[in-house]
Ligand binder design. Structure first.
Ligand SMILES: N[C@@H](CCC(=O)N[C@@H](CS)C(=O)NCC(=O)O)C(=O)O
Length: 232
C-alpha cells in the first residue's frame, strides 16, 4: 500500500502543510489505496521536506514529483482540459505554490500570537527544557529563508497588495465556474484550494484569514473543494 508521509492534522485541516493536503487530494482522486503516516521532523527525507510518498520501490519527495508518479500509474488529474487550460493550470499552481504559500508561512511564523500555538503543535516532541531555544532557532531560520526568498522584505501593505492581485486572478476563474477550470476539480484546484484553506485556517485572525473568510466566492470555493474530495 502507498503511504503518504505528511505533517499531522492542524487547524481543522488534513495537515498543516498545503503541499501535504494537495498530495492527499491527488492520492484520493487517483483511486489508489493509501494511508497516512504522520511525521514532524522531515530531516531524514530526500529533500528534508514533506510530503513524501512511500511506494513499494522508493520514497518519492515533492508534491509535483508525486503527481508525476501517480500520473505514470494512470491517474489523470486534468482529464478533458485543452492545452491552453493545462497551461493556465500550470500558472495557477505556480502562483499558489511559489507565491501565496510564502505569505502563509509569514502569517504563521512571523506572528507573535500564532507562534506559541505553532511551537506547541510542531515542537512538542522536543524535551520541554530546550523546547523554547530550539524552536526559536528554527523560527529564526524559517524567517531568514523567507527573507532570502524575498517576500519577507515587503511591508505588510505591499504584501497584502501582492496577495490581493493573486486572489483577484483566482476569483476571475471562479466567477466562470465552480472549480478553477470547469465543473470538476482538477490539479489546479488541488494546489489552490488547500493554499486558500491554509490561509483561512491560521489560528489567529489576521488580514489574510479575514480576506478569505469575508469573501463569499473564495470562502465557498474552499468549502466546495473540501466537500468535493473528502479526506477522512
Ligand atoms: N516543493 C515542495 C514544497 C514542500 C514544502 O515546502 N514543505 C514544507 C512544509 S509546507 C516543509 O516540509 N518544510 C520543512 C523545511 O523546509 O524544513 C512540494 O511541492 O512538495
Amino acid at each position: 500500500m502507498l503511504t503518504l508521509l505528511t505533517y499531522p492534522s492542524a487547524f481543522g485541516l488534513f495537515s498543516a502543510s498545503p503541499f501535504c493536503v494537495k498530495t492527499a487530494l491527488m492520492l484520493q482522486k487517483s483511486g489508489q489505496t493509501w494511508q497516512r503516516s504522520d511525521i514532524l521532523d522531515p530531516r531524514k527525507m530526500p529533500h528534508q521536506k514533506l510530503p513524501v510518498l512511500r511506494t513499494p520501490e522508493r520514497l518519492v519527495p515533492d508534491s509535483d514529483l508525486i503527481r508525476d508518479w501517480l500520473e505514470q500509474q494512470g491517474a489523470d488529474f486534468d482529464a478533458g482540459l485543452s492545452d491552453v487550460e493545462k497551461a493556465q493550470s500550470r500558472a495557477l499552481i505556480r502562483m499558489a505554490e511559489e507565491h501565496l504559500y510564502f505569505h502563509i508561512v509569514l502569517d504563521r511564523w512571523d506572528n507573535d500570537e500564532v507562534w506559541p500555538i505553532l511551537r506547541e503543535m510542531f515542537f512538542n516532541s522536543i524535551p520541554a527544557l530546550i523546547r523554547k531555544p530550539a524552536s526559536n532557532a528554527i523560527r529564526k531560520s524559517v524567517l531568514k529563508g523567507i527573507n532570502a526568498q524575498g517576500i519577507g522584505r515587503f511591508s505588510l501593505n505591499e504584501r497584502l497588495d501582492r496577495v490581493e492581485r493573486d486572489l483577484e486572478a483566482i476569483s476571475a476563474y471562479l466567477w466562470q465556474s465552480p472549480f478553477l477550470l470547469g465543473e470538476r476539480p482538477t490539479a489546479a484546484d488541488m494546489s489552490v484550494g488547500p493554499m486558500l484553506a491554509a490561509m483561512r485556517a491560521t489560528p489567529v485572525e489576521t488580514p489574510l484569514t479575514r480576506r478569505i473568510k469575508q469573501d463569499n466566492l473564495l470562502n465557498t470555493y474552499v468549502d466546495r473543494m473540501e466537500q468535493a474530495v473528502p479526506l477522512s
